[in-house]
Ligand binder design. Structure first.
Ligand code: GLY
Ligand code: MN
Ligand code: MN
Length: 434
């Protein structure tokens, strides 16, 4: 993370706070079993403003405070604990390496808040995110209010930080776009490896291992979400993550997986034949999904409502399903009645950033918002045909999704994940040469 970019981001954030201060805490260590913890991953909002990578930390922002606007609270250095559990930045490192104006031990947070709060009208926090912290903060403020009769002062307004912060996070700055390009390229490499290594008879988790090996080797701490590696009928289970079945000759394999890099997600889906050759029916459905994805990407442009690219995908999918005989009827009517949802039951994408389903409103008031340069979103149409006596058997268990990450720019959509093929001929060629 570029320190100058972070300092600029914090300055912009503090500009928006007005007569208020902001307090946020990072994520907590989560137990996995007995005394084993899940690997620590910082809270996304906290990471966005601080890049401070340790647990048990809090950040306080006091715009205009002469003694320092950005205060970090963290664990102190402790040679004995560091010997067992790893290095700590300590309060010295928080200032020297993370740009804090001041840093204090985390157990002094409330004592120092008591000094800072009386000068504020508003307190911004991520309400509900850390209930233990919320409750301590509310009681600190209530105590201060009790003392107003003796001439003390206390803030009178609590505001949820989400609105300000998530609007900021929705528009990616140059530094973030740089990281997201790298995360997308790394994820693409992992998907290429998956296509190259897949053979009938392998287990889904073996393909997963090959792909995630590329992610980790490229510096990704972890996948951005549990990888979906779904052979055959499993592709029709949208959030399938068991990844424990054997891949059959003649089936398709759907992989939805992304590498997280420096806390930024990528999110790619590709679907390809286990044996390297699409059957006729598979290719028919594949080409409908691909046409829908390409058309939808074209609709990812500034000033177009965020709903447009979904509508384009639905129309292309529905017309395509009628053309290949998967659906019968008039496309307008099939869209109007929602009949297409039998095979396409999810939306066409979501914001992408520090979270895979990233923050930011999709509506402003009652209106769908328009796309703006600097937004990053996914474009991920699919078709899923679970066995059904009313549907010709040749389509049964075909589940296909194609997903790319797209940056909105004034010059048109920039596909960040274009390094992994999606044209069916290119996929077949890659698999033959794999
Ligand atoms: N992988 C989660 C999603 O595509 O939304
Ligand atoms: Mn995905
Ligand atoms: Mn997605």
């Amino acid at each position: 993370m570029n320190r100058k970019a972070l300092a600029r981001r914090r300055a912009e954030f503090m500009n928006m706070l007005g007569q208020g201060m902001a307090v946020l805490t990072t994520a907590k260590h989560q137990p996995r079993n007995r005394d084993v913890m899940y690997p620590f991953r910082p809270d996304s909002d906290f990471h966005y403003l601080t890049a401070f990578p340790e647990p048990e930390a809090a950040a306080v922002f006091v715009p205009g405070r002469p003694g320092g606007e950005f205060i970090l609270f963290c664990r102190e250095r402790d040679p004995q604990k560091e010997l067992w559990d790893g290095r700590r930045a300590g309060v010295e490192g928080a200032v020297a390496r993370y740009g804090a104006d001041h840093a204090y031990p985390i157990d002094r947070l409330h004592e120092i808040l008591v000094e800072l709060l009386p000068d504020q009208q508003k307190v911004y926090t991520r309400m509900g995110q850390d209930p233990e912290f919320d409750s301590e903060l509310f009681s600190t403020v209530s105590n201060l209010r009790e003392k107003t009769r003796q001439g003390g002062r206390a803030p009178w307004e609590f505001v949820d930080l989400a609105h300000i912060l998530h609007e900021m996070r929705l528009i990616k700055d140059r530094d973030e776009i740089g990281i997201m390009r790298k995360a997308a390229k790394l994820a693409a490499r992992g998907h290429v490896r998956a296509m190259q290594c897949t053979r009938p008879g392998m287990y889904e988790y073996q393909v997963q291992a090959q792909m995630e090996c590329v992610f980790r080797h490229g510096g990704s701490f972890a996948p951005a979400y549990p990888s979906i590696v779904a052979g055959g009928a499993n592709a029709c289970i949208l959030h399938y993550i068991d990844n424990n079945c054997r891949l059959a000759d003649g089936d398709l394999l759907l992989i939805d997986a992304g590498a997280e890099l420096d806390c930024y997600a990528s999110d790619i889906t590709r679907t390809f034949p286990v044996n390297g050759r699409f059957s006729g029916a598979q290719r028919d459905v594949y080409e409908v999904v691909l046409a829908a994805q390409l058309a939808a990407i074209e609709a990812v442009r500034p000033e177009r409502p965020v709903t447009d690219y979904h509508d384009v995908a639905v129309r292309t999918l529905t017309e395509g399903m009628v053309a290949i005989g998967l659906l019968e009827g008039d496309p307008d009517e099939l869209i109007e009645t929602g009949a297409y949802r039998k095979f396409y039951m999810h939306s066409t994408g979501h914001w992408l950033g520090i979270d895979v389903h990233d923050v930011g409103d999709y509506k402003i008031g009652d209106e769908w918002r328009s796309l703006e340069s600097g937004m990053v979103l996914t474009v991920e149409p699919g078709l899923y045909v679970a066995p059904d006596p009313d549907v010709d058997e040749k389509w049964h268990n075909i589940g296909i999704r194609i997903e790319d990450d797209v940056l909105v720019t004034r010059d048109g959509p920039e596909v960040l994940t274009g390094d992994v093929p999606k044209d069916p001929d290119e996929i077949e060629a890659l698999m033959v040469n794999g």
